[in-house]
Design a protein around this ligand. Structure first.
Ligand code: BGC
Length: 768
């Protein structure tokens, strides 16, 4: 929309002349200069231009500076010196400042005491909940249920916005094939399709139909890009991926998040092929902004602008700052380099003012879009905090999300659910009583005292007498002195339950492991308990795939619960006792041993495809080449049978689509939910293609004996790949369609694509 230029100038002059420049502290609430200007102009682009023209260089750099809060027993706050910076217009946003009270206090200083009164943005890592904690994202991904992911993000956002938060640093859309890397807990696993579907859902959940609502936050797609592929699985380590892998595997979830409207992007701590992401002009300004036409805010990761010096591409703060802003990083989180050095860079001619202006304008647009110039105080609200935080509705949703996240990995002889006649249960393992670990890492302001441990959840069930024995001092311990107590408890009970895995801080940031086998003496504990002969099942709490060969050989039933969140206890109890039938599927491959990593379902065939036991094939001498539990695996208390898949045509022409149907029947005696999975394979192409690629999933609940038809449509987008010149194309030929209950259990049909090679360009996201 255009705004008459003369009118703008007249209004601007009128406003300026009515103010006593340069400084006028204590503007009345909601009518700072910036707010009045916005209300007068009522047009984003005109306003942003006008406000920028009124700002000093230091004020501009202030908008690009983000600082952290400090934490004490009374909650987050801002140190006095930093408050002074806010008065001086040297801060644009805060990290981890939340609660209605704390955010209002700072907003008042910014709006009423700084020269222009530009409101602050409050950002927080609301990853899988704010105070009510939902399952970790990897767990939630096991639901293969985008609507669930949208609803939990929505609920978290209701709580966070009541606490004054405008901006979350989520979703993390870093696909990863690297379970040693602790941050897999924060993502959606190894598959580009599932990552993309969930990225969209989470962005919709955070941002709702519009970021302008005071109950929505700006979403951040992070960490752009390749951060999930660190060498040796060590966090922050070097990344070196081919362009094709980047475009086909790591970039699609970012594209999906931006296409869904994500207002912000955070680069990764990593480099790619020698270029640190915070200085990657080619991928930030080039790909995101030019090719994808996206113009949201790029916020650095924590101190990452400064880290350009450690990477070895800058010798001074100033050089680091210039490289980052020139690459397109708008906001400098924590390092302070933009505020401290970029004025010198501009004045000395090393940095163009336009670079600064563009970054500032992107921040101001974001502030406009979330409605801060309409009313800087519209988010945080104590009454809303009381209403929504830990509300019954949110707790109920947390319980449902936990149900849908659990994956039944193994269930020999129908060990689970526990029989109705189980009257005494020995609960064993140090994690059973750990109300902090069930929240997982990145639990925002979640608290152990709000959460219900697995032990408590089981104790809350009537009719079962629960005895608890930790067996080990902690999960990492190799001190087996008290294992005999666990054995004694198991001997006296009708059934035993092992609650084992990893403590919450064994995954997450900077929590890589070289061995993803069960830590400590937990395997020995499991063997001793099973050795009693008492029927035993195990519940796993962990934030990454584990190598469970030993446990798989020991325990008849294994339920992967991940970190289920605030309602872990009741949710685990519901599943163990059969009130809820598990339906989760693995979003990431579980290897047999750590040494198989990287192992993922969508691998290439190679010239010597693996055949176990044959020489000179792509296998190992000491371990089967296959995973222990494949991608998409997950059992149920009932059973399902599949018809052969059917395609709507044997042959389609380029630019057409093909429909695929399969009938799924519940052949057991309980209602259950099955996640039907559809994969494609292009057996002959100009570039080698993965042996299977997920292209659709359908969750359906089936009553005993019920049959339903799952329907999918495959379009050119689903068949496209990056050709020899990196152009996105489809090539004619025969395609395989694989449908089944996991990546390793499918039935196959084929169809032919006729015509000639055709370009399939990516849809370009709409600029915010
Ligand atoms: C993480 C980011 C996070 C930021 C702010 C960093 O250490 O890598 O994902 O958003 O901290 O908390």
């Amino acid at each position: 929309m255009s705004f008459p230029r003369t009118l703008t100038v007249v209004l601007l002059l009128a406003l300026l002349s009515s103010w006593n420049l340069p400084a006028a502290h204590a503007q009345p609430a909601q009518s700072s200069r910036a707010v009045s200007l916005a209300q007068t102009l009522d047009n984003r682009e005109v306003f942003v231009d006008s406000l920028t023209s009124m700002m000093t260089l230091q004020e501009k750099l202030g908008q690009l500076a983000q600082y952290p809060s400090q934490w004490s027993d009374t909650g987050p706050s801002v140190p006095a010196g930093r408050q002074e910076d806010v008065r001086d217009g040297k801060v644009g946003s805060f990290l981890s400042l939340y609660t209605a009270e704390a955010t209002r206090e700072m907003q008042e200083i910014a709006v009423e005491e700084s020269r222009l009164g530009i409101p602050l943005l409050f950002a927080y890592d609301v990853i899988h909940g704010y105070r009510t904690i939902f399952p970790i994202p990897l767990g939630e991904a096991s639901s293969f249920n985008p609507d669930l992911a949208r609803r939990t993000a929505r609920a978290a956002t209701r709580e966070a916005t009541a606490g004054g938060v405008h901006w979350t640093f989520a979703p993390m859309v870093d696909l990863s094939r690297e379970p040693r890397w602790g941050r897999v807990m924060e993502g959606a696993g190894e598959d580009p399709y599932l990552n993309s579907v969930l990225a969209r859902a989470r962005v919709h959940g955070f941002q709702g139909p519009s970021v302008a609502a005071d109950t929505t936050v700006m979403a951040t797609a992070k960490h752009f890009v390749g951060y999930g592929a660190p060498q040796a699985g060590r966090d922050y380590h070097t990344v070196d991926v081919s362009d094709r892998t980047l475009h086909e595997i790591f970039l699609p979830p970012f594209h999906a998040a931006l296409d869904a409207g994500a207002r912000s992007v955070m680069p990764g701590f990593n480099e790619i092929a020698g270029v640190p992401m915070h200085a990657h002009d080619g991928l930030i300004d080039g790909l995101l902004r030019d090719d994808w036409n996206w113009n949201g805010v790029v916020v650095s990761d924590y101190t990452a602008v400064w880290e350009l010096k450690e990477h070895g591409i800058a010798d001074t703060d100033l050089s680091a700052g210039v490289q980052a802003i020139e690459a397109g990083v708008d906001v400098d989180m924590v390092s302070g380099i933009y505020g401290d050095t970029l004025d010198t860079a501009v004045r000395s001619g090393r940095l163009r003012t336009e670079e600064v202006n563009e970054a500032v304008q992107r921040v101001l647009r974001a502030k406009w879009d979330v409605g801060l110039f309409k009313n800087p105080y519209r988010y945080g609200n104590e009454e809303r905090e009381d209403d929504v935080i830990l509300s019954d509705e949110h707790r109920e949703l947390a319980r449902t999300a936990a149900h849908q996240s659990m994956v039944l990995l193994k269930n020999e002889n129908n060990t689970l659910p526990l029989d109705d006649d189980v009257e005494s249960l020995a609960v064993i393992g140090p994690l059973a009583d750990d109300a902090r670990s069930i929240l997982g890492e990145w639990a925002a302001s979640g608290r152990a005292e709000d959460a219900i441990s697995v032990l408590q959840g089981l104790r809350n069930r009537s009719g079962v007498d629960v005895t608890y024995v930790p067996g080990l001092p902690d999960v990492k311990s190799t001190d087996t002195a008290n294992v005999s107590d666990a054995v004694a408890a198991a001997q006296q009970a009708d059934a035993a339950l092992l609650v084992i895995g990893e403590e919450f801080n064994m995954s997450g940031e900077a929590a890589s492991r070289t061995s993803i086998e069960l830590p400590g003496a937990q395997q020995e504990l499991a063997e001793a308990v099973v050795g009693t002969g008492t029927p035993t099942a195990s519940v796993l709490l962990n934030g990454r795939p584990l190598a469970l060969t030993g446990l798989d050989q020991t325990v008849p039933a294994i339920l992967e619960a991940w970190y289920p969140g605030t309602e872990a206890g009741p949710a685990v109890a519901d599943v163990l006792f059969g009130d809820v039938n598990p339906s989760g599927k693995l979003p990431m491959t579980f290897p047999r041993v750590t040494g198989q990593i990287p192992i993922f379902y969508n691998h290439k065939n190679t010239g010597r495809p693996p055949v176990e036991g044959q020489d000179y094939k792509s296998t190992y001498l000491d371990t089967p080449w296959t995973p222990l539990y494949p991608f998409g695996h997950g059992l149920s208390y009932t059973s399902f049978s599949y018809s052969a898949p059917r395609t709507s045509a044997d042959s389609i022409t380029v630019n057409d689509s093909v429909h695929v149907q399969v009938d799924v029947t519940n052949t057991g005696d309980r209602t259950g939910t099955e996640v039907v999975q559809l994969y494609v394979h292009d057996p002959v192409a100009s570039i080698t293609r993965p042996v299977q690629e997920l292209r659709g999933t359908k969750r359906s609940e089936l009553a005993p004996g019920e049959t339903r038809t799952a329907r999918f449509t495959l379009t050119m987008d689903d068949l496209a790949f990056h050709g020899p010149q990196m152009e996105r194309i489809v090539e004619p030929g025969r395609f395989q369609v694989q449908v089944g209950t996991s990546s390793a259990n499918v039935q196959t049909t084929t169809f032919r694509l006729t015509g000639s090679q055709t370009a399939v360009p990516l849809d370009v996201p709409v600029a915010p």
